[in-house]
Design a binder for this molecule. Structure first.
Ligand SMILES: Cc1ncc(COP(=O)(O)O)c(C=O)c1O
Length: 387
């Protein structure tokens, strides 16, 4: 069977003619086409060059080109001579959260079709599915020592074969809260054996992975028609405040996503900052910062797991660590989490209720100074609780 986009995307969306907005054809000149305010924003400090009184460019081709060039350059699939990604493979959203919602709306008929998720995973997939009246099916991550927090691709394929109403499979790689990069072979197995839906690989933390066999699957968007890779500028780029998410997919699917999005979903301010972030010198800075996070991550892990009550639970492929406190002791983990927050103003994330994460405390890697405070306060509260 081959992938047929007409069977994956909802008919009403597939045939959607993109809304043609004022800025589609002309972006410069005497702009009397979009009912804007020619006097500029009513802000005293406004700099007339920043054009905030104009609607943003709906396409952002320069940003898309620079980012896809970067993903081509750093591809782990160079030996496969894949066709390079270009701007037409990309669609931009208001953070990955909007991209997740868009994919569900594009593919799943409400009250009829479903998504599949692999918990423990990111919470927005189920929120978006519920908001859209789309059911979710779960195939938990593997928990054995050797396959810890990998997807169970055999079980996923079996579930997909038994339920043709599933249209999207969400895989988080590296996982949240697991911090584990998912083996490429496992994902490619699903991509090559399942053609009646899309495999969505959420790579929010991809720039923190280490090792030559680990890296973004975005370049596979020119190899498989049934993949959509999500990335965000919120993590490695340090730009959570601008809200920019990127979907890499086939040109046909990208056209669908671009047709259904609100024309001006990416603001001028977001676009301006994002374009700066993908200039070569800033991409280098992003890589340097990610390298610092990786170094600090190992230091924090070593310091915290020196206690006999603390062990490493998750992988080390993201900008956080997932610890197991006192052998899966949720009550104690919660107490530690609360004391850290209330008494020391060190805010971590209790994840003990997630499947396979008993005793789980997720800690984002901060600056060196923040990490020093964390280590000191963590030790103090743990000692008091265990005394
Ligand atoms: C796995 C995963 N996907 C997506 C997001 C959301 O990213 P954004 O800020 O781009 O909406 C997060 C945020 O924590 C995440 O952990």
């Amino acid at each position: 069977m081959t992938f047929d986009i007409a069977k994956v995307v909802r008919p009403k969306i597939l045939n959607l003619e993109p809304y043609r907005c004022a800025r589609d054809d002309f972006q410069e000149g005497i702009l009397l086409d979009a009912n804007e305010n020619p006097y500029g924003p009513t802000i005293q400090e406004y700099n007339v060059d920043s054009l905030l009184h104009r609607y943003p460019d709906p396409h952002q081709l320069e940003f898309k080109k620079l980012l896809s060039d970067y993903r081509n350059k750093t591809s782990i699939f160079k030996d496969q001579n894949l066709k390079p990604l270009d701007a037409d493979n990309l669609c931009l959203g208001v953070g990955s959260d909007e991209s997740i919602d868009a994919l569900i709306r594009a593919c799943c008929v409400p009250a009829k079709e479903k998504i599949l998720i692999a918990p423990a995973t990111y919470g927005m997939y189920t929120i978006c599915s519920q908001v859209n009246d789309v059911e979710y099916v779960t195939v938990p991550l593997l928990l054995s020592e050797e396959d810890k927090f990998q997807i169970d691709e055999e079980k996923i394929l079996e579930t997909l074969q038994n339920d043709p109403s599933i249209k999207l499979v969400f895989i988080t790689s590296p996982g949240n809260p697991t911090g584990t990069f998912i083996d490429v072979n496992r994902i490619e197995k699903i991509l090559s054996q399942w053609q009646t839906g899309l495999v969505v690989v959420d790579e929010a933390y991809i720039d923190f992975v280490e090792g030559s066999d680990k890296g973004s699957l975005a370049p596979l968007a020119t190899k498989y028609e049934n993949i959509a890779v999500l990335q965000t500028l919120s993590k490695s780029f340090g730009l959570a405040g601008i809200r920019l998410g990127v979907t890499y997919t086939s040109k046909a699917m990208s056209r669908v996503l671009n047709s259904m999005k609100a024309p001006y979903n990416i603001s001028c301010s977001t676009a301006e900052v994002a374009l700066k972030a993908v200039q070569p010198k800033n991409l280098k800075l992003m890589e340097e910062n990610a390298a610092t996070v990786k170094k600090e991550k190992l230091r924090v892990l070593k310091e915290l797991t020196s206690s006999p009550y603390v062990s490493q639970l998750g992988g080390l492929d993201a900008n956080f660590i997932l610890l197991n406190i006192n052998n899966g002791d949720n009550a104690l983990t919660k107490k530690l989490y609360e004391r850290l927050a209330v008494e020391s103003a060190v805010i971590t994330r209790y994840r003990g209720n997630e499947p396979g994460c008993a005793g789980g405390l997720r800690i984002t890697i901060g600056t060196k100074q923040e990490n020093d405070v964390l280590i000191k306060e963590f030790r103090k509260h743990l000692a008091l609780i265990m005394a």
